[in-house]
Write a protein that binds this ligand. Structure first.
Ligand code: NAD
Length: 265
């Protein structure tokens, strides 16, 4: 019996946090993993790529710096990934930023910047992944990063961010509808607060904007969850691992809550 070919994944925003945990988890699951982040994160990406290669004999990994909001950079990244690995089976459009601003305090420049990275970046990565997967004709998995704030936008400090994460849900449904006949599933994760640099930044902003003490923001969120604690990047990586697996073939168009019960839908 012939062995199944090794699948190839691309993870954006992989230098740290949730993207890093996803890249490591997919490599442990047996995929070759191409990783992306912005150019200033090259050292972190190179170290992660070496860590991935050390996971098992023959495990392949490559580094592709690109700003996901720039179409030409995204196009080049996909060309490099396909040239290096021979194809693409799993796309994780994880890269994103947060801007801690109220609705009334958000400027047009801030709105445009966060939508360029979180929404346009996701649209571009889904679209280029879709083109490659359709051309290959062997199906695929596309997975994006929404948020609990893409389900419930009521948070006085993250107005534009919530808009971008609702956009990710919409793009996920639209892409799923169009790509399903090609056996490509499209889903997103909607995490609650996960212990990363982004969460640290939100905590620092709460200190600045509301005179909160260090750690108060994380506690404020965990106090509102059913389980009483916040998540770790590996929790999201576990969900992504399942969504990328053969077993998840019947799940598409979904944005899946993973938030300890801070919000239930
Ligand atoms: P993080 O800030 O720790 O990491 C995000 C990574 O994305 C960084 O390495 C950053 O350099 C990269 N990035 C930013 N802009 C980029 C661009 N234009 N092109 C390529 N890479 C870029 O964040 P995280 O907490 O690991 O979050 C990962 C994703 O999950 C984000 O989309 C975020 O919005 C989402 N999310 C996070 C949380 C949380 O609590 N941490 C909750 C819900 C959703």
């Amino acid at each position: 019996m012939s062995e199944k070919p090794t699948r190839i994944a691309l993870v954006t925003g992989a230098a740290q946090g949730i993207g890093r945990a996803i890249a490591l988890r997919l490599a442990k699951d047996g995929l070759d993993v191409a990783i992306n982040d912005i150019a200033s994160k090259l050292d972190e990406l190179t170290a992660l790529s070496n860590e991935i290669k050390a996971i098992g004999t023959g495990r392949k990994s490559s580094v592709h710096t690109a700003d996901v909001s720039q179409e030409m950079e995204v196009k080049k990244m996909f060309e490099e990934v396909v040239e290096t690995h021979g194809g693409l089976d799993v796309m994780i459009a994880n890269a994103g930023i947060a801007i801690s601003k109220s609705f009334m305090g958000t400027t047009v420049e801030e709105w445009d910047r966060i939508f360029a990275i979180n929404a346009r970046g996701t649209f571009l990565c889904y679209q280029y992944a879709g083109k490659q997967m359709i051309q290959q004709g062997r199906g695929g998995r596309i997975i994006g990063a929404s948020s609990v704030l893409g389900k419930n936008g009521v948070n006085q400090d993250l107005a534009a961010y919530a808009g971008t994460k609702f956009a990710v849900r919409g793009i996920t449904q639209a892409a799923a509808g169009e790509l399903g006949r090609h056996k490509i599933t499209v889903n997103a994760y909607a995490p609650g607060l996960i212990n990363t640099s982004m969460a640290q930044g939100l905590d620092e902003n709460a200190q600045k904007n509301h005179n909160w003490q260090p750690g108060d923001f994380a506690k404020w969120v965990s106090d509102r969850s059913i389980l009483g604690y916040n998540g770790q990047p590996e929790d999201i990586a576990g969900l992504v691992s399942y969504l990328a697996s053969d077993e998840a073939h019947f799940i598409t168009g979904q944005t899946i809550c993973i938030n300890g019960g801070t919000y239930c839908d």
